[in-house]
Design a protein around this ligand. Structure first.
Ligand code: NPQ
Ligand code: MG
Length: 367
């Protein structure tokens, strides 16, 4: 297709409750929304999952906007025609910006699939029409508050609970929730908060029958995760460390991870995500779809990916209401612990333009 114009818009959405992780407390979500219009007049939408600040990953919203305007967009526009399948190759010379690149590829793919009348789910190879939902629970001020929040999610029907942990909020929190819910699928996420010396401490989690421990160490410490995997019985699952197919291959070969969390933004897009999914299926490694507090735009696309057959564990693909009072699309509502995979062409959803305008903080159109 030929690109006619690109709109870069930042929006601001308050969260229904503060979300505390080992890297900080978020009370709202600033999101970069990308709209690509092609010469047919078809609009493709995507969101960039970078946060306002580089706390989870090196990328951040203002940096992504700069990277897109200064380097990525000029490289794409220099091509007389562009297919979504070629975007990653065209952008490969630029050594930064998986999340920025993913947002451009996804918006182009949305427009391309809409023109072809194909849903993202069927294009990616989805085999399910609904996916099981898990939920990520922030660090709480005390155990009782944690118990109340978890109870609200269990009552809503979530099929897996993930507790955010950090030194000082780990063994006791897990023990408390495990006592309340002896059988619920339970896992933890440290977002890099531990060090190589913490193996003995983290092995104390082994008695609680957790599905996995997510990203205990620094994103660059693949060897550390491999060493840790020998000290703890609970499976290690990498998140931040997996930034490409290559990094997934390396982590598996080095036995640093036995389960993988795929976040399309973190690995450069949905096409790279499918390659990692295929590698995991071939390697008999369970995968699940992570979440970055996406609006309906990103959530729709994540559901398409999570509907692939290798996604055998519930993801952080929660309902819109987990994070937002009002979503920018028709809200994703959970039924019996499942979300329905969109099946209309492209990502299958459109933003509510009146609401989108009302929460817009900045907007630039590049022709
Ligand atoms: C994770 N997500 O798996 C991330 C981290 C995360 C659902 O736990 C604003 C934007 C706040 C993105 C907090 C979940 C965030 C964010 C946490 C991502 O590691
Ligand atoms: Mg994580």
């Amino acid at each position: 297709m030929k690109i006619k114009e690109i709109e870069l818009r930042t929006i601001h959405l308050p969260l229904v409750r503060p979300f505390r992780t080992s890297f900080g407390t978020q009370t709202s979500r600033e999101v970069l929304i990308v709209k690509v219009t092609n010469k047919n007049g078809t609009a493709g939408w995507a969101e960039c999952v970078a946060m306002s600040e580089p706390l989870y990953s090196p990328e951040y919203v203002a940096g992504c906007i700069d990277l897109i305007k200064r380097f990525l967009l000029p490289a794409l526009i220099a091509k007389p025609e562009i297919k979504a399948e070629d975007v990653a190759t065209v952008l490969k010379p630029f050594l930064a910006g998986q999340m920025a690149k993913a947002s451009l590829e996804t918006a182009i793919l949305d427009a391309q699939l809409k023109d072809g009348k194909v849903s993202l789910a069927s294009y990616l190879g989805a085999t399910k029409s609904k996916v099981e939902c898990g939920v990520s629970v922030g660090i709480a001020s005390n155990l009782e508050a944690l118990g109340n929040e978890v109870k609200s999610y269990v009552d809503a029907g979530y099929r897996r609970i993930k507790l955010k942990i950090e030194p000082g909020w780990d063994i006791e929190a897990v023990k408390y929730i495990r006592n309340l819910y002896p059988d619920i699928p339970l896992q933890v996420d440290a977002n890099q908060a531990y060090s190589r010396n913490d193996g003995k401490h983290l092995a104390r989690l082994d008695e609680f029958n957790l599905l996995l421990i997510e990203q205990p160490l620094d994103e660059h410490d693949i060897l550390g995760h491999a060493l840790l995997a020998k000290e703890v019985k609970t499976p290690i699952c990498l998140d931040e460390s997996i930034v490409s197919l290559q990094s997934a291959e390396d982590a598996l070969a080095l036995k640093a991870t036995t389960i993988i969390n795929i976040k399309p933004g973190r690995v450069g897009g949905y096409l790279e995500s499918v390659k990692i999914h295929d590698l995991c299926v071939k390697s008999k490694i369970p995968v699940w779809c992570g979440g970055m507090l996406e609006t309906g735009i990103g959530r729709a696309a994540n559901l398409a990916l999570a509907a692939l057959p290798g996604f055998t564990l519930p993801g952080d693909t929660s309902a819109s209401a987990r994070y937002f009072k009002q979503d920018i699309t028709t809200p994703f509502v959970m039924e019996d612990g499942y979300l329905t995979v969109p099946n209309k062409p492209g990502i299958g959803v459109e933003p509510d333009m009146d609401f989108l305008e009302s929460i817009t903080r900045s907007k630039e159109v590049i022709r």
